[in-house]
Design a binder for this molecule. Structure first.
Ligand code: ATP
Ligand code: MG
Length: 575
């Protein structure tokens, strides 16, 4: 491609509304432009790269026997009513009506569409398993669209759905997709880590997220064990229960006045007792009933674990009025002693003796509370949030916590959707059964931007070879010089003859400095610099954008050199 006829509107100024480096660079390098909040246009350079991500995804999905198809983005309300998600999905769905007042949505995901296809076209176990996938634009009216393509309202996703007659078949496909994802992200030059995750509203019990570490926080949080590799989203992450420390004798229960002290910090300061000797009590409403949840004073309740433990979709902390009505005291004064409310206790509390809790009377706490003697929990489980440096549940090594961006997600759905939509096949035994399903997503745009987030420096993008819009950029430093121009054109033509993806900066009224800056900004991995040394010695320079290293090469040998270089780099990344 010749720069003069191409279109790369680079920008020198810092984009105003871009908070993170990858978003800034996408705008500055002329890859995308914003149309509205969370809605972007891909310009030619950005489009080449996103197609490369898509092709890697396509190759790897095809390699495990998944079948590409394409559903419409516009989906009828009736399908979404069958699963109840027309209402459950809430304001995140973009809804529209046709001229006859029929209702539709712009698909935020396609479980309904694919189950509808399977129930009308697949009838027997003999046609199973089947995995379908598409690479398509999704629409979600996110509350806070931000960070460019990371959280958009219109975004490209690869979504895949598998149908099975047996759990074993699902296990196999799930493992195949998981391994394909590992290859996809590696080939994209992205360090994505598979972690155990919660299934959220999509459904199912088991799921994995592929996350990349982020420097800007905010999106999702995960833990890693640096020793054994255990990795999980903090929503579900576990830590080892600390060793038994019950060598104290049980002391007499004591009721003490604590006046206005309510929070763990206030009570701990007032009584001059460490927070780890206090127990926090929280009243929760679960499907209309109340439960008292207790965790150690220096721990935090994990609501996702609590919800999963109670297998309930609806849990919420009780309001102060409810707390007073049920417990007889307000926030900060409640506790597990003298109450009929069912108690759910975190496992770490089991290791405590003679601890402090609220006394269910405003202004009072109990000292020397003990399990068994003073109250009996109905359930003892791990319901706390893992903290930085908590011991790994497998090997005890201190865990590390990171902020992450989720680039992919795999779920074992089971029969959730096939039951709701009455999607059946005839099994071996002649009986009608619900399909067992899996579903698997990759955020294609989010992946592209994460690649830039991982590969950049102060001067711009440093594309990995697999995703770079071009592999070589030729920089004739003085295009008004005939020799230099001739050399640049000849290298350009020869590279094209060898199918090398090459960009020629043939702009003639542009200074060398600007050409260098633009080249570093758009981040093509190899720059061929043709300047005075070519005039005097017939030598050109090849610069690696990744390492900054320069090699001088005779212009006659540069084609061979570049072809070998590119081939090796692509081999490295694809192996
Ligand atoms: P998140 O928790 O980030 O909202 P999600 O759980 O809603 O993600 P899925 O429904 O599993 O996401 O979608 C599959 C993939 O699509 C995600 O792993 C992510 O990479 C991508 N994705 C989801 N929402 C967005 C968005 N608003 N913008 C860009 N990519 C997205
Ligand atoms: Mg979401």
């Amino acid at each position: 491609m010749r720069m003069k006829t191409f279109f790369i509107p680079t920008q020198r100024e810092e984009p105003q509304d871009a908070e993170i480096i990858s978003h800034k660079l996408m705008l500055k390098a002329g890859l995308v432009r914003k149309m509205a909040a969370g809605i972007y246009s891909f310009l030619p350079l950005g489009l080449i790269s996103i197609k490369k991500v898509e092709n890697i995804v396509r190759e790897e999905m095809n390699s495990i026997g998944a079948l590409e198809l394409l559903f419409p983005a516009i989906l009828p309300k009736e399908l979404w009513e069958e699963t109840g998600r027309w209402y459950a999905y809430g304001e995140e769905i973009f809804r529209l009506k046709d001229r006859r007042e029929r209702e539709f949505c712009l698909g935020p995901t396609h479980e309904e569409a694919v189950v509808d296809l399977a129930r009308s076209e697949i009838h027997s176990y003999k046609e199973l398993p089947k995995t379908f996938y598409q690479i398509q634009t999704k629409y979600r009216d996110e509350i806070r669209p931000r960070f460019g393509l990371i959280r958009g309202r219109e975004f490209i996703m690869k979504d895949a759905y598998s149908f099975h007659a047996t759990e074993e078949e699902l296990e196999k496909t799930y493992a195949d997709v998981f391994n394909a994802y590992v290859r996809i992200f590696r080939r994209c030059g992205l360090t994505a880590i598979p972690i155990e995750a919660d299934s959220g509203t999509i459904g199912g019990k088991i799921s994995h997220e592929f996350v990349v570490k982020s420097r800007f926080g905010g999106e999702s949080e995960f833990v890693i064990c640096p020793q054994c590799g255990y990795a999980a989203n903090t929503e579900v992450a576990k830590s080892a229960d600390e060793p038994l420390k019950i060598d104290e004798d049980e002391k007499t229960l004591e009721r003490v006045k604590t006046f206005d002290a309510k929070t763990i910090e206030e009570v701990s300061n007032f009584l001059n007792i460490r927070a780890s000797k206090l127990v926090k009590s929280l009243l929760y409403k679960v499907d209309g009933n109340f439960v008292l949840v207790i965790v150690k004073g220096d721990d935090v309740l994990n609501e996702v674990k609590l919800r999963n433990l109670l297998s309930s979709g609806e849990i919420a902390p009780a309001g102060e009025e409810e707390v007073i009505r049920i417990m007889g005291a307000g926030f900060g004064a409640i506790g597990p002693v003298n109450t009929d409310v069912e108690i759910i206790m975190d496992k770490k509390v089991e290791r405590m003796k003679n601890f402090v809790t609220g006394a269910n009377e405003n202004g009072y706490h109990y000292l020397n509370v003990n399990i068994g003697r003073d109250f009996k929990p109905a359930i003892i489980e791990d319901i706390r949030k893992v903290k930085d440096k908590d011991p790994c549940p497998h090997c005890g090594t201190p865990l590390e916590i990171y902020d992450g961006i989720e680039v992919g997600h795999t779920f074992k759905l089971g029969t959730k959707y096939s039951q709701k939509m009455n999607a059946l096949f005839e099994d071996r035994d002649g009986k009608q059964k619900y399909y067992i399903m899996g579903c698997y997503g990759i955020g294609v745009g989010r992946t592209l931007q994460s690649i830039i987030e991982e590969h950049n420096d102060d001067f711009g993008i440093k594309w990995p070879f697999s995703i770079a819009p071009f592999h070589v950029e030729i920089l004739p430093l003085n295009s008004s010089d005939e020799d230099i121009e001739r050399c640049a054109n000849s290298i350009y033509k020869k590279l094209l003859e060898h199918y090398v993806e090459v960009l020629l900066d043939d702009r003639d009224d542009i200074s060398a400095g600007v050409k260098f800056n633009d080249a570093d900004l758009i981040g093509i991995p190899l720059q061929v610099i043709i300047g005075n040394k070519y005039k005097s010695k017939g030598i050109v320079e090849v610069k690696s954008r990744e390492t900054g290293q320069r090699v001088e090469i005779n212009a006659d040998q540069v084609i061979e050199f570049l072809r070998n270089y590119i081939e090796k780099e692509l081999e490295k990344i694809n192996k």
